[in-house]
Structures are given as C-alpha cells and as structure tokens.
Ligand binder design. Structure first.
Ligand SMILES: [Fe+2]
Length: 276
C-alpha cells in the first residue's frame, strides 16, 4: 500500500472531548478519525469544531450506517453527500463495516453480523464496488465483533473477510480489538486470524477497550481502557503487517483527555517498538 497518510497513533474525534482537545492540540495525536454521520447535512458547532481540528490534524473518515452486508440499496443522495464530505476532509480512503444495521426502513443502530456465505460475499463485493465508484477513492471494510457462533470454525470469519477483500479488490480497516474479543468469546488464537490477513490490503487499524461481563463474555463497548491482551495483539499485528495508522476508539464513558493521551502514548510505545 502506498497512500499518503501519516502512520502512528490517532484518536477518534468525539464531541465530548472536542473543546479541550482543540484548546490543547496535543502533539502525541498523529491524526484524527471522524464519523461522517455526525457532519453530513449539519452546520453549527460540529462543523466549526471539525474545521478547527482539520487545521491541525489529518483526518480519516469512518462510517457507521452503510454496512457492506446490507441487501438494501444505498441512498444515492447520501452517497453523493458522503463523497463530498470525504473530499472535503481529504481522507485518502473511507471505511465502514462488514455488517448490516437494519431492514425495510427499520434500523437498530448496531453493527449486526452477516452469514459467511457466497451470497453475502456477492452482496458485500457489489456494495464495496459501488461505494468506491461513487467516492472515487479506495474503500475499506472493518471486521466485526459478534456474539453468537456463526460457524463451527471461528476462523471462517477471517476466511470470509479475506474472500470479500480479494474479490472486491478492497482494503481492510483491521480492528484488532474485535479480533481479540471474538478470540476470547469463541476460543481461538487471535494470531491465527491475523496470519490470514494479506498485509498489503490493510490500510488502518483500530484498538479499543471492551467490557468483560460477569459470565466472562466480552462485549465490544469502546467504554473501557485498552486491556493488555489488545496491546499484545497490536504488537503482533504491527510486526506482521507493518506500520499503519492506528486509531484509539473511545465512544462510551469517555475519560479525561489526560487519560486518553496516556493511552495514546502507551500505544505509541508499542507502535515504535513493533515497527522499528
Ligand atoms: Fe473499530
């Protein structure tokens, strides 16, 4: 891969910490990531915050609502608005999830998994191709965390992702925390999942924290600090894939900016050790 974008550790730009973040403009953050759904068709404080952030940081765009597993048509007006937004932010690629989020006009605002079938591959390939054509730049999908077994062999999820990746000639937004969460919930070696990934297709990585329920089930909440196991898997992944932009996602129970920056610094240490 040869896209012009700084590698290192970035932070998801969220309204809850925007004010302090924009005042301090922390140097340890190399880039930001934004959700287009928060900005498209919107003005006011959201837009002015974004404009100020873009003066200082390069940005990546990451969608939440156009899952590549959906069988519904894209809204052409929204897709064009998304194209304009991605251009405005000057993101070198755009990502969304390999999931669906609703059906028949009803949406659950969640990232629901899709079966690992040939039909699902064809659906995802068609949607990835259509979005890439409209956006006129590379499109990446993110691997999911999910909570009910969808196959006897949990590595079938990785094989399914790689099939979509190759047939759509797409890019992977590799969520390391999601691989880790699934590996603990379904009992497989997360490094075996990572080993199936073609490094040249990975454009970006995510890390986050997750909740460990009293019965041991891990839930991808983005509401906890990144646990040691995810740092270790990130180290393994960076050594195998190579340096990429690594984003810290925090969406719930957002702590102080100082706490987030301490995590960014620890991730940066892992990044440097693994990639130099
Ligand atoms: Fe993610």
């Amino acid at each position: 891969m040869a896209y012009e974008f700084p590698v290192g550790v970035g932070l998801g730009f969220r309204v809850a910490m925007a004010r302090e973040f924009l005042e301090r403009r922390p140097d340890e953050v190399v880039f930001i990531e934004v959700h287009p759904e928060n900005y498209v068709g919107r003005g006011g404080l959201y837009r002015s915050n974004l404009a100020r952030a873009l003066e200082r940081y390069p940005a990546l765009t990451h969608g939440l609502t156009l899952g590549f597993g959906s069988t519904e048509r894209f809204d052409p007006d929204y897709l064009r608005a998304l194209r304009d937004f991605v251009r405005e932010v000057d993101a070198p690629w755009h990502s969304d999830h390999l999931c669906f989020g609703g059906s028949g006009g009803a949406y659950v605002h969640d990232l629901l998994p899709i079966p690992f079938t040939e039909e699902s591959v064809r659906t995802a390939v068609a949607r990835l191709t259509e979005m890439r054509d409209v956006l006129d730049r590379p499109v990446a999908f993110e691997n999911l965390s999910y909570y009910v077994p969808l196959s006897e062999d949990p590595l079938d999820e990785a094989r399914f992702c790689m099939e979509v990746l190759e047939r759509a000639d797409a890019r992977l937004m590799l969520d390391v925390n999601n691989v880790y969460v699934n590996s603990r919930n379904f009992g497989f070696d997360p490094r075996a999942w990572i080993d199936l990934v073609p490094p040249e297709r990975v454009v970006q990585m995510h890390v986050a924290g997750h909740l460990v329920r009293h019965d041991g089930l891990r839930i991808d909440t983005h509401g906890e600090p990144v646990p040691d196991g995810v740092y270790e898997l990130l180290d393994y992944t960076l050594r195998r894939i190579g340096p990429r932009p690594v984003l810290l996602e925090r969406d719930n129970d957002i702590p102080t900016l100082d706490e987030l920056l301490a995590e960014v610094r620890r991730l940066t240490d892992v990044f440097r050790t693994a990639t130099t």
